[in-house]
Design a protein around this ligand. Structure first.
Ligand SMILES: Cc1cc2nc3c(=O)[nH]c(=O)nc-3n(C[C@H](O)[C@H](O)[C@H](O)COP(=O)(O)OP(=O)(O)OC[C@H]3O[C@@H](n4cnc5c(N)ncnc54)[C@H](O)[C@@H]3O)c2cc1C
Length: 560
């Protein structure tokens, strides 16, 4: 029998930061992760984490305003205020826990510039920031006595009397399904990048927790807000961190011009990501690209500097394209990177279901609105991971008993067996790829009514194919075939919510750039889109909207 006070789904930065807080407060806490904790996607974060530290003249209001402007005024300003005010403490706390941040010549914690911000306030560990943070949080949580269900896959949330009471999870090592009971569940399951191809996100980023919450009745907010990162490596789609431009790299077109001069004269290469991605795509579409790419040029920074501050980027460039960044420019193009949307929560991570919290990339608090600033996501994970756990600790004290039911387990066993029993049919990888390629086509850097409807048509077709997908491995030991099938179902739910968000929003704002409606429309669309799973409705989807919280920064035209 598996029972805990707080169960956290996901062992990335949001999950582990929440775990540390829960255990420190005397709770019996467990995390479930479908991979070893340090293989979570947080491990891949390169560039850094933002914080406005006052000892160098920065202030939370400056960071908050840059974040809100970056969000194209769609972020809820009360949530951004919380994040900016708590950022300094959160980063110092990580340093005290043992993160060896890179320091400047003066011995102080070093910073680098990141996009959409005039102040250099991004703290970093070389180009392996996520990995450094994740290892320290993992070590700290184990030291404090965290329980870890490693390589367990959550298939369902247990909801009883309208409250969340645990999960059903599949132990990948032996193929057994179990109920894990808990008084509160924190969803920290990361992004859904693989709903698109290509994507900078790891293959495990399939939006599982987003779909689990959606199916349990929680609305998904602003799902149409998909971030395309300006510098993904040609051919592979692997990320080259914004740290490159933060440290001074140029973007060049086929004429060797720094084209950002035309689009963002003030911020140049360090404008917001949506702006830089669109500028690159315009250059490529108008014939000034280089085989569908533009060039990222670091040569003027010098070999020593590149190797010391951006060593990991140089490694990636050499390994995948054989290009030495100190000698030659690197071909890059915009690529899917992050989802601003996600499970709607309040500023304490609470969803609309008591006992169910969400934090990190799967959640939408909302601090990123229509476009996230680089290095604000790692910050989001630690600030709201901590807050969700703080709130869950109080909530748990009011819950007297754990779930009693075993009914969900029985139903899940039958559902998984039915998938295994299917006759030979469609290939999972093929269906997954068709859907993801079409999502990129329909909901890309540019989109319009026709492209979004095309994505919807394709999705309907994918949904028809789903029941014919067969799982060839019938075994119990690490049946990754079965896991892929379950992930694909989650991805389809994510795709559905993204498409319906995009159909609903009739304007261009941040990442949602519609060529058929190129203007931002504050009068009608200074609103969040909310997509609900609703089995009574056509397509099982219901869409609503809700107001954006404005505290003190009235929306103005966004120029860089
Ligand atoms: C290449 C790359 C570079 C980035 N660089 C930066 C950067 O420099 N700065 C920045 O601020 N942001 C960066 N980001 C974004 C940032 O890293 C992520 O948004 C953030 O780390 C997400 O953390 P998380 O804890 O929410 O999720 P993740 O780290 O993705 O963890 C998700 C966890 O959920 C678990 N999980 C998922 N589904 C299930 C399931 N069904 N059952 C059990 N467990 C499950 C996984 O095993 C994993 O442990 C980058 C992203 C990428 C892809």
């Amino acid at each position: 029998m598996f029972e805990h006070d707080i169960l956290i789904v996901g062992a990335g930065l949001a999950g582990l930061r929440a775990a540390v807080e829960g255990v420190k407060n005397g709770m019996n806490v467990a995390v479930v992760s479908k991979v070893h904790p340090v293989r979570s996607h947080s491990n891949a974060a390169q560039g850094g984490i933002n914080a406005p530290l006052t000892d160098r003249g920065d202030d939370w209001e400056g960071h908050a305003y840059d974040t809100i402007k970056g969000s194209d005024f769609l972020a809820d300003q009360d949530a951004v205020e919380v994040m900016s005010r708590e950022a300094g403490d959160a980063v110092i706390e990580l340093e005290r826990m043992g993160v060896i941040f890179t320091r400047g010549e003066d011995g102080k914690l070093g910073t680098r510039a990141f996009g959409g911000q005039k102040v250099a306030r991004t703290f970093f560990v070389g180009a392996i920031t996520g990995s450094a943070l994740l290892h320290v949080l993992y070590e700290q949580s184990l030291k404090l006595g965290l329980n870890v269900y490693e390589e367990w896959f959550v298939t369902k949330l247990i909801i009883e009397d309208g409250e969340c009471r645990g999960v059903i999870a599949y132990d990948m090592k032996n193929g057994e399904l179990h109920t894990i009971k808990a008084k509160a569940v924190i969803m920290a399951s990361g992004g859904n990048g693989r709903v698109f191809e290509p994507s900078t996100q790891a293959l495990i980023c399939t939006g599982d927790g987003i779909a689990l919450a959606y199916k349990a009745g929680v609305p998904l907010m602003d799902m149409e807000m998909i971030q395309y990162h300006p510098t993904t490596l040609a051919r592979t789609g692997i990320l080259l961190s914004e740290a490159a431009r933060g440290e001074g790299a140029y973007l060049l077109n086929s004429n060797g011009e720094r084209f950002m001069e035309k689009y963002a004269p003030d911020y140049m290469e360090l404008a917001s990501r949506d702006v830089v991605s669109r500028s690159e795509q315009t250059e490529i579409d108008e014939g000034r690209g280089i085989n569908g790419n533009v060039h990222l040029d670091l040569r003027h920074l010098g070999r020593d500097f590149i190797e010391k501050r951006l060593g990991y980027l140089q490694e990636v460039s050499l390994e995948f394209l054989g290009i030495d960044m100190a000698e030659n420019p690197v071909p890059v193009r915009p690529g899917m990177h992050y989802i601003m949307g996600g499970i709607k929560t309040d500023i304490n991570g609470l969803t609309e279901i008591p006992g169910l919290y969400a934090a990190g990339e799967c959640a939408n608090v909302s601090v990123h609105g229509a476009n996230r600033l680089g290095a604000n996501s790692l910050l989001d994970t630690v600030v709201f991971g901590r807050r969700s756990a703080q709130h869950a600790v109080e909530y748990v004290k009011s819950v007297s008993s754990n779930s009693k039911s075993e009914n969900d387990l029985k139903l899940e066993k039958e559902r998984l067996q039915a998938i295994l029993d299917r006759p030979k049919g469609e290939n999972i990888a093929k269906v997954r790829e068709d859907m993801a390629v079409n999502m990129t086509k329909g909901i890309g850097v540019w989109r319009d009514q026709k492209s979004i409807e095309g994505a919807l048509e394709n999705l309907k077709n994918t949904k028809k194919r789903l029941p014919n997908i067969s799982v060839e491995d019938k075994g119990k030991f690490f049946n990754t075939n079965l896991i892929f099938a379950l992930e694909l179902e989650f991805m389809v739910d994510n795709a559905e919510a993204i498409i319906h968000g995009a159909i609903t929003r009739k304007e261009s704002r941040g990442a949602n750039y519609r060529t058929d409606m190129p203007d931002r429309d504050d009068e009608n669309w200074l609103k969040h889109t909310l997509v609900y799973y609703d089995s009574n409705n056509e397509n099982n989807v219901r869409v609503e909207t809700s107001p954006v919280t404005i505290t003190k920064w009235e929306p103005v035209k966004r120029v860089y």
